[in-house]
Design a protein around this ligand. Structure first.
Ligand code: 9D3
Length: 249
């Protein structure tokens, strides 16, 4: 699958695409990423990509024309494969696992990264299929959200994460069990005077799995009870799970 990214800061993406386990997905072409700078499609010597907002007010607005020209080039390069145009925007719908699965399926997508105060509404009305937000906090642009989506999509590709099962165990994936993750420990057994949990050092796999499951249930009950309710109504809690939760009160 292929993602085309329209961004005024393509230099932000290179280090990201070359770092960590997900680089395998990008280098192998499992997830192709092409970067496009609207400035390369802007006219005049100053190659304007933004201008002052009609009606006044702070900041600048991204002009529609350079974005539209870049998009036309992307569409031609993709062979008009019907890929959706996703705009990252503070007013977008919250990106979650369902969204990652949706946009990480099929041909991929065209990602538009806003900067400044936003993009001329006429570009959005004409070309944007879905607006996505990372959450209710203010960032300087859509690039980090775009990388967040690319990272989450790459992790879902077969063979990208070492052992196949690990992305299956990724929490927040309601399709699997949607509980928060358990605490992790590694060598040394005692660090800073604190020993790792004896259960994990026992070598009894059933006991270890039970301990991890209990930790996930307790953590989720404490921090994200709504995830627990979702898991319960989806029939993903066993009798042993309910017994542990009852003990926690
Ligand atoms: C003055 C009101 N602000 C809207 C909340 C203006 C504004 C701030 C920051 C931006 C740049 N942010 C994004 O493009 C963005 C894109 S996705 C996203 N998710 C969470 N938070 C974000 O700021 C974003 C655009 C407009």
């Amino acid at each position: 699958m292929r993602f085309d990214v329209l961004t005024l800061f393509p230099e932000l993406f290179a280090p990201f695409l070359q770092a960590g386990v997900t680089r395998r997905a990008y280098e192998s072409g499992q997830v192709q990423v092409q970067l496009w700078n609207p400035r390369d499609f802007a006219e005049g010597n100053y190659r304007r990509v933004d201008d002052r907002p009609f009606g006044g007010g702070p900041g600048m607005v991204m002009m529609a024309e350079p974005l539209a020209r870049a998009l036309a080039t992307v569409r031609a390069a993709r062979g008009d494969d019907g890929a959706p145009v996703l705009l990252f925007s503070p007013i977008g719908e919250r990106l979650d696992h369902a969204g990652v699965e949706r946009w990480g399926a099929g041909p991929g997508a065209i990602l538009v990264c806003g900067r400044y105060e936003g993009i001329d509404q006429r570009f959005i009305d004409r070309f944007v299929d879905v607006q996505l937000s990372l959450g209710d906090f203010v960032l300087s642009g859509g690039e980090i959200p775009a990388m967040a989506l690319l990272d989450a999509v790459a992790r879902l590709q077969p063979g990208v994460l070492g052992d196949e099962g690990s992305h299956q165990a990724d929490s927040f994936n309601p399709a699997l069990d949607g509980l928060l993750d358990c605490p992790h420990y590694t060598r040394p057994e005692v660090w800073d005077g604190v020993a790792a949990p004896a259960e994990l050092l026992s070598g009894h796999h059933a006991q270890i799995e039970r301990w991890r499951r209990d930790q996930r249930l307790a953590l989720t009950a404490a921090r994200r009870p709504e995830l627990l309710d979702a898991a319960r109504s989806a029939g993903r809690l066993s009798r042993a799970d309910e017994a542990l939760l009852a003990k926690l009160g």
